[in-house]
Write a protein that binds this ligand. Structure first.
Ligand SMILES: [Mg+2]
Length: 310
């Protein structure tokens, strides 16, 4: 049997195959880090690809689990890196979508306790969702700190100032079964230079899940909510007309699969072809959701296809 069955998905495409795909799709959802940029450096050719798709009238959206920046900050970053004409409405970050969820879906009555960066608080402010302003005395501990009674949600995101006291307070708030438990995303880690890694919000959420025996509702990829935000704000976003482009199989490809979108893995980020092929060969059916439909080395591979289209 081995080798007799072709791999599902994982189709490496180039040239005219990319051109046909670009013609067939009206909406493109891009993950950011590892797909269009690496930190503060645009991936070569990516600004040209995004600018051209927008110029052609395609719907272009950015879906990022990075909760540390407010959307207006992203607009500046896009501009700085050469992506012209990207506006705030095209950016669906996990902090923005968390604020929308709290306001429109959960309709939270009370304050939100935030474990996270300023990007989250900024989006909550924009959405008029009240959150707890933290003003701990330097010697505050879980034994003596104030615990307000009007906290009705705990939201966990990336927090480089995470402390034991925050963990302990959040655990206390979540003893109330009516207090919602949300996480911007469940990413385990992010790559840094020189082989270092940055632990992701998933590990902070995991700590709180262990302490409370509860499971967080995940807002970002791979959960469907970001796509629901897009389709509620833009008309005619048909999953069959969308392509999800990402670099991480377990979040981006799974997100696309969960939302019924075709998926493309770009090899400029975290996941590599071998991992995709391994999932493709897996006999565990749930692992097929990690398999991309298409694979390109970089989204700059779109550029020759545009030239043929002109
Ligand atoms: Mg990425």
């Amino acid at each position: 049997m081995d080798g007799a069955i072709g791999l599902k998905g994982c189709r490496k495409i180039r040239g005219s195959q990319i051109r046909h795909l670009l013609e067939a799709k009206d909406f493109f959802l891009f993950d950011c880090d590892g797909v269009i940029w690496h930190g503060e450096k645009a991936i070569t050719g990516a600004p040209n690809v995004v600018n051209t798709l927008i110029k052609q009238g395609k719907g272009v959206f950015f879906v990022t689990n990075n909760s540390t920046r407010p959307r207006e900050n992203y607009v500046h970053k896009f501009c700085r890196l050469g992506f012209t004409n990207v506006n705030q409405e095209q950016i669906f970050s996990s902090s923005y979508c968390s604020a929308i969820y709290l306001r429109d879906v959960a309709k939270v009555q009370g304050k939100v306790f935030v474990i996270g960066c300023e990007g989250i608080r900024n989006e909550l402010r924009e959405a008029n969702v009240p959150y707890l302003e933290e003003v701990d005395e330097p010697d505050a501990t879980i034994y003596n700190c104030a615990l307000p009674t009007d906290v009705k949600a705990v939201l966990v995101g990336h927090d480089d100032q995470f402390t034991f006291l925050k963990l302990a307070k959040a655990s206390c708030f979540l003893k109330d079964p009516d207090c919602l438990f949300l996480a911007t995303d469940n990413d385990p880690w992010h790559p840094l230079k020189d082989g270092r890694i940055l632990p992701g919000s998933g590990c902070l959420t995991a700590a709180l899940e262990v302490a409370t025996g509860r499971k967080a509702t995940i807002i970002g990829k791979p959960s469907r909510f970001m796509f629901e935000c897009i389709s509620s704000q833009f008309t005619g976003v048909d999953p069959a007309q969308c392509l999800m482009v990402g670099d991480r199989l377990e979040t981006d490809m799974l997100f696309g699969s969960n939302c019924g979108l075709e998926t493309m893995l770009t090899l400029t980020g975290i996941s590599q072809m071998e991992e995709a092929e391994e999932y493709s060969r897996s006999e565990q059916s749930n692992e097929q959701c990690f398999v991309p439909d298409y694979v390109v080395d970089t989204i700059a591979d779109f550029l020759p296809a545009f030239e043929e289209l002109d």
